[in-house]
Design a protein. Structure first.
Length: 559
């Protein structure tokens, strides 16, 4: 039997590619710049092993030139260039990556930053261009070649003139249609913004001639336009710098520049990991709650970069819900991306990173609590509720993790205290961790039940947030001490008080109690003599699982 070869319908394939892989047209620039950066990297790696080659970083750059009149966008790089064969193989064959081949040929395993691997990025140029021309001269070659294509129809290669080694790509930008605007890819401000967004941390300068205006010489009123070459990208990402070289201000500036928030960060966390999965991350705990934090619009997540190129704006999988307030970015060279680089292929590495980050945030919060109490309390005022939700959610799966981060107002200290602090100063005879629920500290203080427990000399935690009691019920106990509401039936110290007196009192008032029970039928279970009351005539208490406060909340919830 004869095995026949599949014939790839390049025409269809290209169409599919161009129209279905990418969701944002603007990423064509990210792809072409990544290729240019790869091409420069290749010279750099060659120079490492070839003494006849010197790599002077100043000679390498990428330049972007827009020409509105001719509707062309040009990208020039001083990279390794392509021979005729390479133009043919790498640009003439869809899904052929010369960069991937380079990596394996040169056995680059460690510390490389070459971005290309799928061999499709280049074709994204056809999303914005009718004609793509590539003029290239390879390192070590005297000849230059011009590759040209109108997309689906195929391509041509002819010899041409080019003085310097490297590649120039010329895009003939499409005309606007009724639905689509392509002019924007010729606008200076737009190009600058796209470069900043996706390619800010490419390690070589991306230059553009930008227009400025100045007073004409000799004139005090007349202005003239002129052009200056500017480097658009910041090149060295802050997260690759040494922590010791960076000041608090650098981190604050990055926070503002990235618009992670309009406040200042309360704390930054800079992580560099060189283990099973390599990554750098800069995380922030904001100072105040974003205005939309508890709205449906709020999206948790961290920016995700792959070797300095932005892949995702908000990668939600990197943060658990209870740390959804954390802002920042992660950059890793070890991610397996899917072909559009907009999604991740496998999330094994991502899961590892997420786990790692999670641990780090936790330990940073613990140390903030220990060493910078005031700051921690500020954090807790803003985001404590989220931690309590974390304790409660997923059937308490994270309670162990989060319990030491919780704080509640204390009747004794008149400020926020941790559970550990509470338990460590409990008198010997105190069985439970007491809490009282109510709308505010003042109201809780006035509760008859509070009075009794406080009178005993016991500390009480005030639960003023709806979630508090739910979270605590999930915890059940802390350091083997059970939580007990001051309004529950058994407070653990009544038994020794039950005297002949109250038995007698109960008997004396039997009729009255029966009458009250009848009148309040369906509203109360029992009416009893109480030893809890001091200055109040009556109080309500619960025996069951659900407290009065919880009942109120549950009743208010939509069915
Ligand atoms: P990838 O970057 O994933 O390899 P692309 O479709 O973006 O795929 O590019 C295909 C190949 O074309 C690259 O692997 C590289 O070998 C070559 N190439 C593209 N652009 C350039 C360039 N500016 N300089 C040198 N080679 C290039
Ligand atoms: Mg590429």
């Amino acid at each position: 039997m004869e095995t026949k070869q599949f014939k790839a319908e390049s025409k269809r394939l290209l169409d599919m590619m161009i129209n279905s892989i990418y969701t944002h047209r603007e990423i064509f620039l990210r792809e072409l710049i990544s290729n240019a950066s790869d091409a420069i990297d290749k010279i750099y790696y060659k120079a490492l092993t070839d003494d006849s080659l010197a790599f002077d970083k100043d000679n390498y750059y990428i330049k972007v030139i827009a020409d509105k009149e001719n509707r062309t966008l040009r990208l020039i790089d001083t990279g390794i260039g392509m021979t005729k064969e390479e133009l043919e193989n790498n640009l003439g064959t869809i899904a052929k990556s010369g960069s991937l081949a380079f990596k394996s040929e040169n056995e680059l395993k460690d510390g490389y930053d070459i971005i290309g691997q799928f061999g499709v990025g280049f074709y994204s140029a056809f999303m914005v261009a009718d004609v793509v021309t590539v003029i290239s001269k390879a390192l070590g070659s005297d000849e230059a070649y011009k590759w040209e294509s109108q997309g689906a129809e195929g391509y041509t290669i002819v010899p041409c003139e080019k003085e310097t080694v490297g590649t120039e790509i010329i895009l003939k930008i499409k005309d606007n249609t009724e639905e689509e605007n392509y002019d924007e890819y010729l606008e200076e401000y737009r190009l600058k913004a796209i470069i900043k967004k996706y390619s800010d941390f490419i390690r070589y300068p991306i230059k553009m001639d930008v227009s400025k205006s100045r007073l004409k010489e000799g004139s005090e009123t007349e202005y003239e336009d002129y052009q200056v070459e500017e480097t658009i990208n910041s090149m060295v990402p802050i997260w690759r710098k040494n922590k010791n070289e960076l000041t608090a201000e650098d981190y604050e500036n990055f926070y503002a520049e990235k618009r992670y928030g309009f406040d200042k960060p309360l704390k930054h966390i800079h992580i560099s990991v060189d283990g099973a999965v390599r990554y750098n991350a800069i995380l922030y705990i904001p100072e105040s709650m974003p205005f939309d934090y508890y709205s449906a619009e709020y999206e948790k997540g961290l920016e995700l970069y792959s070797s300095g190129v932005l892949i995702m704006n908000k990668c939600a999988d990197l943060l658990p819900d209870y740390f959804s307030f954390v802002k920042g970015m992660v950059d890793s060279e070890d991610l397996s991306l899917n072909i559009s680089r907009e999604l991740l292929q496998h999330d094994r590495q991502l899961k590892l990173i997420a786990k790692n980050i999670n641990k780090k945030i936790k330990s940073e919060l613990v140390s903030l609590l220990k060493n910078e109490r005031e700051k921690y309390e500020q954090f807790y005022q803003a985001f404590g509720r989220q931690l309590k939700y974390g304790v409660y959610s997923e059937f308490g799966a994270h309670k162990e993790e989060l319990q030491d981060l919780l704080m509640f107002h204390s009747s004794k200290e008149k400020k926020l205290v941790t559970l550990d602090e509470y338990v460590s100063r409990m008198p010997e005879d105190q069985k439970y961790i007491f809490y009282a629920t109510g709308g505010s500290n003042e109201r809780i203080e006035k509760l008859p039940q509070t009075e009794l427990v406080a009178d005993k000399g016991y500390e009480i935690l005030y639960f003023t947030d709806e979630i508090d009691e739910f979270a605590i019920r999930m915890l059940m106990s802390y350091k083997d001490k059970e939580f007990k509401s001051v309004s529950s039936g058994d407070l653990g110290f009544e038994a020794d008080e039950k005297s002949q007196d109250s038995e007698a009192e109960e008997q004396d008032n039997k009729e009255l109690f029966e009458y009250m029970k009848e009148t309040l039928a369906g509203k109360v279970k029992d009416v009893r003599v109480s030893k809890r009351l001091k200055s109040h005539p009556v109080c309500l208490s619960t025996d069951g699982e659900v407290s009065i406060e919880m009942e109120k909340i549950l009743n208010a919830m939509p069915n």
